[in-house]
Structure formats: structure tokens, C-alpha cells
Design a protein around this ligand. Structure first.
Ligand SMILES: C[S@@+](CC[C@H](N)C(=O)[O-])C[C@H]1O[C@@H](n2cnc3c(N)ncnc32)[C@H](O)[C@@H]1O
Length: 289
């Protein structure tokens, strides 16, 4: 009896009607491609990204040419809960509202191995370790990456974000660790709802790229800082944004692009999509504590 090698679980499998029809027309069986995908029978183009994805927990995506020239995509979600089979032509870039986008992303944001965060986090820690402060504000705190770490240090932390989903994750983590963080569910578009000179430290991590104009946000951060306080901002390089880089997250079959409010141009983005999708599964090893 032949033994099938399985390198990861597939979870719930769905096959799009178009993919099912294309396979049937070619007299091919979906299970053949699921087995190849799961056994690591990948094209040279997919191999490097997939080896990394299997090891570090990212989407695993394989592309197989069909006899009629179409390409079959098999994608397993980063949490291995589901696998989706579809035609490459069905792969969708979906513009999504900022709040809805982050609410959707909240489910996987902390388990995703994000190479950008892997670079940013140790640098932020290093910068903050050398400073002393009693109060901190995390602007666009998301799931609380920095807010939680600061609260563990004994800092009195306030966190503000417009996404209920992201803030819920942060709140639950804070409660589980019995930390005392003050959470505010609000957009900062109209300014920060805090008095002048309220905080020793203001952190804004990977958030400013969503601001159509950086100046009012930075002005607001400066306003709520105590004289001599520290402002720490992390983000994409503005050149990357200007050249069309988009904050993106993935689910099998879909690239989600939270609403564009910056100077990035969708016209530039679209032709890049396939390359960026492959690049997103780059081989950078990621460690998150
Ligand atoms: C990429 S996440 C970064 C989260 C967290 N700071 C981190 O570094 O992990 C960007 C966050 O900014 C929030 N955000 C974007 N625009 C915002 C706005 N106008 N007001 C409040 N929060 C905003 C989003 O909801 C999201 O949680």
C-alpha cells in the first residue's frame, strides 16, 4: 500500500466551481493536486516560499498548470484551518474598508509571521529599553503589540484604535495577563481625545501609513506629549508607499487591501500583485516572542 506524505494539515477543503469544471474537463481529480500540494510537490518558483511558509506558519500556495493553459492554485491558510482550490484567474484583490479590514485581519494578525514586524520589534524594544517613563500612549495600538509590552514593564498605558476586532484581541490579552491598560475605541482622524501634555511616551507603530496627511497626526502626538517626552514612530519608508506599496493581508484566494487613503496608487499596485503575493512569502526567517 502506498504511503502519502503529508507535510501539513489541509483543514476544510473547498474547490471553486470554475476549478472543478476545469479539472473535470481535463479528466483530472482534485485529490491528485491536494496530495501534491500537501506532499511538497511544488514548482521551483513556489518551493522557497513554501518551505519558509511550512516552517514559520504562513499561507502555503502551489500553482499547477492545467492542459488548457489555465493555472490551478491550491492555498492553505496560515492557521491550517482551510485549503482552497481555485483558478489563478479567480484570485482576487479585494479593497476593504479600514475598520472592516482590520476587524477581519484581527483573527490572524498575531499568528502571522510578518517579516516587517520581525525587523521592527527588536529595534523598538532596544530604543525603549534605554528610556524611562511612567505613562505611555499607543496610537493605532492594534492587537496591543507595544501596549502590552509597555504595561508589563509597569508603565501606565493608554491605547487607542478604531478597529473593535483589533482592540478586542488587545483587551483579551491584557485581561488574561491582569494588566491595567486603558483602551479607547476611536478614530484619531479628528484628533486625539486626550489633554495636552498627558504622556511621557507616545508610540505609533505601522499606523501612520494609513494617514492621508501625516502632519495633523504627528502634531496631535506632539500635543499630548509632556515637554521632554518621547515620540516613537515606526512605519514603511515613504518611498515604498509612494511607489504603491499597500498594507495587505491574505486569506486563501484573496488579497485584502485596507482602503487606500495615502498617496499609493492602485494603478501601480495591480500589475505588481502576483509578484508581491509571491514576495510576501519570502524566505526571511521570523521570530516573534
Ligand atoms: C498595521 S496595524 C498596526 C497595529 C499595531 N500598532 C502594531 O504595530 O502591531 C494599524 C492599526 O492602525 C489602526 N488605524 C488605522 N487608521 C486609524 C485611525 N484613523 N484611527 C485609529 N486607528 C487607526 C488600525 O485599526 C490598525 O489596528
Amino acid at each position: 500500500m502506498s504511503q502519502t506524505t503529508t507535510r501539513f494539515p489541509l483543514g476544510t477543503v473547498t474547490v471553486s466551481p470554475a476549478a472543478a469544471a476545469a479539472l473535470e474537463a481535463a479528466n483530472l481529480n482534485p485529490s491528485t493536486f491536494l496530495a501534491r500540494h500537501q506532499a511538497g510537490d511544488w514548482s521551483d518558483e513556489d518551493r522557497e516560499g513554501n518551505e519558509w511558509a511550512v516552517r514559520y506558519g504562513h499561507d502555503i500556495a502551489s500553482m499547477y498548470p492545467l492542459p488548457d493553459g489555465a493555472e490551478l492554485l491550491v492555498i492553505t491558510a496560515l492557521d491550517r484551518s482551510c485549503t482552497c482550490m481555485l483558478l489563478e484567474s479567480e484570485y482576487e484583490d479585494r479593497e476593504i474598508g479600514m475598520v472592516e479590514g482590520y476587524d477581519t485581519w484581527a483573527r490572524t494578525y498575531d499568528i502571522e509571521k510578518n517579516p516587517l514586524i520581525a525587523i521592527e520589534e527588536p529595534r523598538v524594544q532596544q530604543l525603549l529599553d534605554g528610556l524611562s517613563f511612567d505613562t505611555a500612549l499607543d496610537v493605532g495600538s492594534g492587537t496591543g503589540r507595544h501596549a502590552l509590552r509597555l504595561a508589563r514593564r509597569g508603565v501606565r498605558v493608554t491605547a487607542i484604535d478604531q478597529s473593535p476586532g483589533m482592540l478586542d484581541v488587545a483587551r483579551n490579552a491584557s485581561t488574561a495577563e491582569r494588566l491595567d491598560i486603558e483602551f479607547h475605541l476611536a478614530s484619531i482622524d479628528g484628533g486625539l481625545p486626550f489633554e495636552n501634555a498627558s504622556f511621557d511616551l507616545v508610540v505609533s507603530a505601522l499606523m501612520l501609513c494609513h494617514m492621508p496627511d501625516l502632519r495633523p497626526t504627528v502634531r496631535e502626538c506632539a500635543r499630548v506629549l509632556r515637554p521632554g517626552g518621547h515620540l516613537l514612530i515606526t512605519d514603511f519608508h515613504p518611498d515604498a508607499v509612494a511607489r504603491g506599496w499597500r498594507t495587505t493581508f491574505w486569506a486563501p484566494g484573496t488579497a485584502y487591501l485596507p482602503q487606500l487613503r495615502t498617496m499609493g496608487a492602485p494603478a501601480i499596485w495591480r500589475p505588481w500583485r502576483k509578484q508581491v503575493w509571491r514576495l510576501s512569502r519570502s524566505k526571511t526567517p521570523v521570530r516573534r516572542s
